[in-house]
Design a protein around this ligand. Structure first.
Ligand code: PGA
Ligand code: ZN
Length: 373
């Protein structure tokens, strides 16, 4: 595609922070941002002198490039190995280029994995960051949305006296601790025939060799954390467990994955959408699933290579939003193009942009179907 015009600007995100929007050939896209970021992520900040970065990237105007060539040029212009110079302008521009050159949608839709109760770095009283629902028995994308929506609304009503607000991802903040939350969630999810899971985001409370779950008054080492996670999987029949251990600990993830082959043991901070990190995980048999956040690696084509590597090794790719978001729905389109069987994109507030895009695409698609995993 020919890059006729490229512009950058600052826009607001869901935390009322600034983020970068890129516009290429009249298509706009923006950079999301994380609060519980992994150590190995590409940098995704708003450059202080955005005009200078825009001048740098306008060198690409007039060039006829493929997505991979465009992304490669972004890396060359940045000149660092983690986008330390152009920050969020990388993923915003890469997304905008992809949108301007159009998507190749398949008819395979992802299941929505929705954060309905939250804590940790996103705000809330639990040490576990996200309590999630996965509508595994839905037969269509709209039915899957209806399941997650109903669970969210019912939790809000049934536990109204224990709900204190909503957090960064639109998930409910409750006065319940982690185990009470799982008990409540299991009860409501069962009513709607949905599976449940968690994003532990354990690196956020790992310090000096100890996992410190302050909400439960628990402090233990890696073996203690393994026992605790095993207990949660068994007691609450968890089908999805993300980042149960520290982001450098491939070995403990492997122990857990070996014991629970029917639960998705998913690496987010562990892999940071990075192909080399995923290769290390595959060698160690660390997980059976990974989170795909394109801004963790900085470009669409790098994220796509990671997805391909995951698929060829039977890892389930879960494409995901960040806690800091805009109305950009690029990941919804990418979910169809890459045939990701699951999308993690919340169920409330600004997150509906991603879900509504998939509802529209479902409506427009001939013979749409849910992708199995
Ligand atoms: P983040 O959290 O976007 O704040 O990093 C989301 C997640 O950990 O999955
Ligand atoms: Zn996560």
């Amino acid at each position: 595609m020919n890059v006729n015009e490229l512009n950058l600007r600052k826009i607001l995100d869901s935390r009322t922070n600034y983020t970068v929007e890129a516009e290429i050939n009249n298509e706009k896209a923006s950079a999301p941002s994380g609060a519980s970021t992994g150590t190995h992520e590409a940098k995704c900040f708003v450059p202080e002198h955005l005009n200078d970065i825009e001048n740098l990237l306008t060198k690409l105007e007039g060039l006829d490039l493929t997505q991979k060539e465009f992304d490669q040029k972004l890396k060359e212009l940045d000149g660092t190995d983690d986008f330390s110079r152009i920050g969020g302008a990388a993923i915003a521009s890469s997304f905008a280029f992809k949108k301007a050159s159009e998507f190749e949608h398949s008819n395979k839709f992802p299941l929505p994995l929705s954060n309905v109760i939250g804590g940790g770095e996103h705000g809330g009283n639990t040490s576990i960051q996200e309590f999630l629902v996965l509508p595994v028995n839905a037969e269509s994308f709209p039915e899957a949305i209806e399941t997650n929506r109903s669970i969210y609304q019912e939790l809000k009503e049934r536990y109204s006296r224990r709900i204190q607000g909503i957090n960064d991802e639109g998930a409910l903040i409750t006065s319940m601790d982690d185990e009470q939350t799982l008990k409540a969630l299991k009860k409501v999810a069962e009513k709607y025939d949905a599976a449940i899971g968690v994003d532990v985001a354990a690196s956020e409370f790992y310090e000096d060799g100890k996992y410190k779950l302050t909400s439960l008054g628990i402090e233990h080492d890696a073996e203690g954390q393994l026992d605790f996670i095993e207990h949660l999987i068994e007691a609450f029949d968890l089908k999805f467990v993300e980042d149960p251990f520290d982001q450098e600990d491939f070995k403990m993830h492997a122990k857990l994955a070996k014991k629970f082959p029917d639960t998705l043991i998913c690496g987010d901070d562990l892999f940071t959408t990075n192909k080399d990190r995923l290769s290390e995980g595959i060698e160690n048999e660390a997980c059976n699933s990974l989170i795909v956040k394109p801004n963790q690696i900085g470009t669409v084509s790098d994220a796509e290579e990671t997805v391909e590597l995951a698929k060829s090794n039977d890892y389930v790719p879960v494409i995901s939003h960040r806690s800091g978001e805009t109305c950009d729905a690029t990941i919804s389109d990418l979910a169809l193009e890459w045939e990701c069987p699951i999308i993690k994109a919340g169920i409330a507030d600004i997150r509906i942009a991603k879900l509504n895009q998939l509802l529209r695409l479902w409506d427009e698609m001939e013979n749409p179907e849910l992708k199995s995993f």
